[in-house]
Design a protein around this ligand. Structure first.
Ligand code: COA
Length: 152
C-alpha cells in the first residue's frame, strides 16, 4: 500500500469524492436514517470532511465525514462518524482504518472522550469493519441501527 494523506474536502476533490465506487450490495448502508433525520443539510459549523488521497497517484481513494458538536443533546451526536466510503477498488487495504484513526485523533485533540458511529447492521454492511477498528456496539436506535462507541 502506498502512502496515504488526508486533505480537506474542497473544490479540487469534491467531484472525485462523489465519484467513489461501491461494491454490489453496499449502497443501502451509506446513509443511516438517524443521520438524515437529525439534519437535512451538512452543517458547516460541526462537519469535519476529509478525503484520503493516495500520495503516489494523487487519486482520491476515500472520504470521511465526521461531526463535532460539544452541545449535542445525545452522546452519539457529540463526536460522530457520519459517513465513510472507500472506493471499491481500494477496499481491504487499510484505507478505512487510516481515515477512522485520523477522525479519532481529531476528536481526541478537540477533547472528546469517545467517538460514536451509527450504522445499519446486515450482510455486506460495515459492522465488522467498525468492530475491527475499535468500535463496541453499545445500543440501537429507534430505526434499528446499531450504535458503536470507541473510547479515545
Ligand atoms: C466499510 C469500509 C469503509 C471499510 O473500508 P476498508 O478500507 O475496506 O477497510 P480496511 O481495509 O481499513 O479494514 C480495517 C479492518 O476492518 C476489517 N474489515 C473491513 N471490512 C470488513 C468486512 N466486511 N468484514 C470483516 N472485516 C472487515 C479488515 O479486515 C481490517 O481488519 P484488521 O485491520 O484487523 O486486519 C468500506 O468497505 C466501504 O467504503 N464500504 C461501503 C460504504 C459503507 O458501508 N460505509 C459505512 C457507512 S457510512
Amino acid at each position: 500500500m502506498s502512502t496515504l494523506r488526508l486533505e480537506e474536502l474542497n473544490a479540487k476533490y469534491i467531484i472525485a469524492a462523489n465519484a467513489l465506487s461501491l461494491k454490489p450490495g453496499q449502497a443501502q448502508y451509506i446513509a443511516p436514517v438517524s443521520y438524515s433525520a437529525a439534519v437535512s443539510v451538512v452543517n458547516p459549523d460541526t462537519a469535519w470532511q476529509r478525503v484520503v488521497v493516495d500520495d503516489e497517484t494523487d487519486e482520491v481513494v476515500g472520504f470521511i465525514h465526521g461531526s463535532f458538536d460539544p452541545h449535542a443533546d445525545r452522546d452519539e451526536f457529540s463526536a460522530a462518524l457520519w459517513r465513510i466510503h472507500v472506493d471499491a477498488r481500494g477496499q481491504g487495504r487499510g484505507i478505512g482504518r487510516f481515515a477512522v484513526e485520523a477522525l479519532a485523533d481529531e476528536a481526541r485533540t478537540r477533547g472528546f472522550g469517545a467517538l460514536y458511529v451509527i450504522y445499519e447492521p446486515g450482510e455486506d454492511g460495515p459492522g465488522p469493519f467498525f468492530e475491527h477498528v475499535g468500535f463496541m456496539t453499545v445500543g440501537e436506535t429507534p430505526y434499528g441501527e446499531s450504535v458503536g462507541r470507541m473510547s479515545l
